[in-house]
Each structure stands twice: as C-alpha cells, then as structure tokens.
Design a protein. Structure first.
Length: 288
C-alpha cells in the first residue's frame, strides 16, 4: 500500500478509536473519580505496552529519554486527568468537539515555539476556530445550567498538551519506532500513576461492583484507545506532518457525537453551529 493511501487509513482508524474514548471515559466515571480513572488508564496501558514492547526500550538513545519523558507528560499523563475532570461536568460529545482545537493549537505552537512556517489562511482558521469555541461554550453554559462549563477549560488545556506533544515528536523523535516511543512513554509514567492511584482513595472502593464495571471500560480505553492508538498516531506523525496528524480531530467529534446520541446526549442548534465553525477553522488551519 502506498504511503499516501496508508496515512488516510490510519487517520480513519484513529478517529474511530479516539472518537469512542469519550463515552468510555463517561462510563468509567460512573464508578471512579477523575484521578482514579486517569491513573488506572495509564497503569493498564503501561502493563500492556511493557508486555509487547519492553525490548524496544533499549533502542532509545540515552540523550532522547528527556524527550520521551516530556512527550509522556504532555501527550498522555496530563490529558488523562484533564479529560476525566472535564467530563465530570460537560457532555462527552462537547468534550470531543472542543478537542478539535488541537490542530489549531498545533499550528500556533508550531509557529511560535518550534519555528514552523504558516500561511495567512491558517491564521484565519485559528481565529474562526476560536470563535466557534466561544460560541459552543457560551451557549452550552446558558442552556445547561446544571453543568459547569468552566470545566471546558480543562479540555482546552488538554488540546494544548496534545499540540505540544505532536510538535515534540515530529522534531525530536521522528527517528524512533512508534512502539519504542509508546513503551518509553508509559514506562516513565507507570510509577507516578501508581502513586496517584494510591492517594486517590481507590482501595476504599476497589471491591465494589460498580468499580469493577468502570475498570472494565477503562481497561478497554487503555489498551485500545491509548496503547494501540498511540502507536498508530506516532507512526502517522512520522509519515506525514504535525498538522495532518492532528487533523484526526476532524472526525473524532462525529464518532463521539454518535455515541452521545445513543447515550441520550444532545446539542442545541447554536452549539451545533459552534461545532461546525470550529471544524471550518480546523479545515483552514490544516490546509497548506
């Protein structure tokens, strides 16, 4: 299969996996708090990746471990907790839509921090996307007084983390195998995640049936939505560009919104308009 075709298949696969992650987080929060969920997600995924990829750790040069640690922090550790905290108050579909800001943040950080060039239409895309974001959050707060839309800030923070991660991998880790990067990331995060779990009160509820159900959802999320998806994503970054790779967020909201509808969630017409504006902004920012 040609590389040009392969990158589109990988993009579609990632959208299906990551688009389903938000409903799995929602299910996990039924029996776990955000810190328990985030730490278990990391621990489950770390065990999975160390089993299949432990031997690849020796292929990581000593000088690149600092970038492995930094991408672990920005690409998984912080977002795992930020998304869990956010979805305590906002719908999973809204969370997925706000995650679409990742390509915009990738462009901004790439231009301001990593020295990447950009075009005027991409800057226009950033402005359009931010307008859609404000509209989505403002209207959601008005029509859902039972939800605290200030928690949307946590999703925006996670999208900035993802954008930083994409640029770091492209600039500093492009010569490493995707499995080595993923395994290295989770090897670094395993001990901190265990410490968070120990201080989260998890062992007080570990024997409850609802905790077991939530852990099942998080195990699926960890192996499929974090472990396997990260390997695919790192491969996509290496064979394409940071902007193209992060444009997976075009399709994630569609998948997530489908799950949300099945779970009784909905968007107001104005929120739908805001979501559409965000995606238009992402489209312009991702064009070359």
């Amino acid at each position: 299969m040609q590389q040009k075709q392969l990158k589109w298949y990988l993009l579609g696969l990632l959208s299906l996996i990551w688009g389903s992650s938000f409903i799995l987080i929602k299910r996990g929060l039924e029996g776990l708090n955000p810190f328990q969920l985030g730490s278990l997600r990391i621990i489950f995924c770390a065990v999975f990746l160390l089993i299949i990829g432990f031997r690849t750790l020796k292929t990581i040069p000593q000088g690149q471990w600092k970038y492995i640690a930094l991408t672990a922090l920005m690409g998984t550790f912080l977002p795992a907790f930020l998304f869990s905290i956010a979805q305590m108050q906002i719908n999973s579909s809204v969370s997925a839509i706000l995650n679409s800001l990742t390509p915009l943040n990738t462009l901004i950080l790439g231009a301001t921090v990593f020295g990447l060039s950009f075009q005027r239409r991409q800057l226009i895309g950033v402005v359009i996307g931010l307008i859609g974001c404000v509209l989505l959050i403002y209207n959601g707060a008005i029509n859902n007084p039972n939800q605290n839309y200030y928690y949307a800030i946590f999703v925006i923070m996670a999208s900035v983390c993802y954008a930083t991660n994409v640029n770091l991998i492209k600039k500093y880790l492009s010569d490493l195998k995707p499995l080595a990067i993923s395994t290295g990331n989770f090897a670094v995060m395993l001990v901190p995640a265990i410490l968070v779990l120990c201080f989260s009160g998890f062992f007080d509820i570990a024997t409850l049936p609802q905790t077991h159900r939530s852990m099942m959802y998080i195990a699926i999320l960890a192996v499929l939505g974090t472990g396997i998806a990260n390997i695919v994503f790192f491969r996509l970054i290496q064979m394409s560009s940071p902007i193209f790779s992060s444009s997976v967020t075009y399709l994630i909201p569609i998948v997530a919104f489908g799950w949300g509808l099945l779970d009784g969630e909905s968007l107001t017409p104005v929120q739908g308009l805001g979501a559409a504006i965000i995606l238009v902004g992402v489209y312009f920012s991702a064009r070359k």
